[in-house]
Design a protein around this ligand. Structure first.
Ligand SMILES: NC(=O)c1ccc[n+]([C@@H]2O[C@H](COP(=O)([O-])OP(=O)(O)OC[C@H]3O[C@@H](n4cnc5c(N)ncnc54)[C@H](O)[C@@H]3O)[C@@H](O)[C@H]2O)c1
Length: 249
């Protein structure tokens, strides 16, 4: 039993949801957040059915007031914040640079970059006071390499990795670790949207991955749980690629 207090943003679907289940199964206390009250309450009930203490807090990561409320609720309910998984993200509109728009730039950066920054700001205020904590930001292979047709998403994930490294330096002396997990294609709704925008069949899309398959969200959750754990206590400021070899080709 690990018994940590864990906060996950964008937790109602995909990687966030599977990660919440994985933390619940190891006996942690979970605060899940997202933008849909009914689905969020259903997820918290699902986690409680695993014998975990779990709460849902409505939060859009683009709003500083909602992020402040989310973290305050977590601390009010469980007394501390040990782990935060900044998972909320959007791929935005996947079009070539010549078709990009300011609206898509704003929509993508406000969730992926500003959202991550606001979460880091308020999570770190709690963790620096505590003198401990582990934060895991969701980056992507797009945080390291370019992807034709996904420039704005790629730029936003490069920014997430910059935030991760700087936050790690600001937290290191106080025992607050900040790392990024960088998945390749993962079997979630986001991947289906990526494949649809590429105009290729899914098998052709995945042929560029050395492992010749997408990962399961459980395979991403396993790395998030490792980074959250004491096993990773000397690991900070790093990106761990979980990408079937995509970025070492
Ligand atoms: N699926 C992949 O292939 C893949 C690959 C690399 C990285 N990622 C990253 O993993 C993370 C999770 O993605 P996923 O694959 O589970 O897809 P997903 O679309 O199922 O999950 C993203 C979640 O973020 C939520 N979200 C979006 N905007 C939000 C906002 N403003 N406030 C709060 N929540 C918001 C969505 O509602 C959704 O629940 C994202 O950061 C994504 O960029 C995914």
């Amino acid at each position: 039993m690990s018994n940590a207090t864990v906060l996950i943003t964008g937790a109602l679907t995909g990687i966030g949801r599977v990660t919440a289940n994985a933390f619940a199964r190891q006996g942690d206390r979970i605060v899940v957040s997202g933008r849909h009250e009914e689905n969020g309450k259903a997820l918290a009930a699902e986690l409680r059915a695993l014998n975990a203490e779990a709460e849902f807090v409505l939060a859009d990561v683009r709003s500083e007031a909602e992020v402040v409320n989310l973290i305050a609720q977590a601390v009010r309910r469980f007394g501390r914040l040990d782990v935060a998984v900044n998972n909320a993200g959007t791929e935005g509109e996947l079009v070539p640079i010549i078709d990009q728009s300011i609206a898509n730039y704003d929509a993508t950066f406000t969730v992926n970059v500003l959202g991550t920054l606001l979460c880091l700001k308020h999570e770190m205020r709690v963790m620096l006071r505590q003198g401990s904590g582990s934060i895991i930001n969701l980056s992507s292979v797009a945080g390291q390499v370019g992807i034709a047709g996904a420039s704005v998403y790629v730029a936003s994930k490069h920014a997430v990795e910059g935030l991760t490294k700087s936050a790690a330096l600001e937290g290191a002396t106080a025992g607050v670790r900040v790392n990024a997990v960088a998945p390749g294609p993962v079997e979630t709704a986001m991947l289906e949207r990526f494949v649809a925008s590429s105009g290729e069949a899914k098998a052709a899309f995945l042929a560029g991955v050395p492992a010749r398959r997408a990962s399961k969200p459980e395979e991403i959750a396993a790395t998030i749980l490792f980074l959250a754990s004491d096993q990773a206590r000397y690991l900070t400021g790093q990106r761990i690629a979980v990408d079937g070899g995509y970025t070492v080709q």
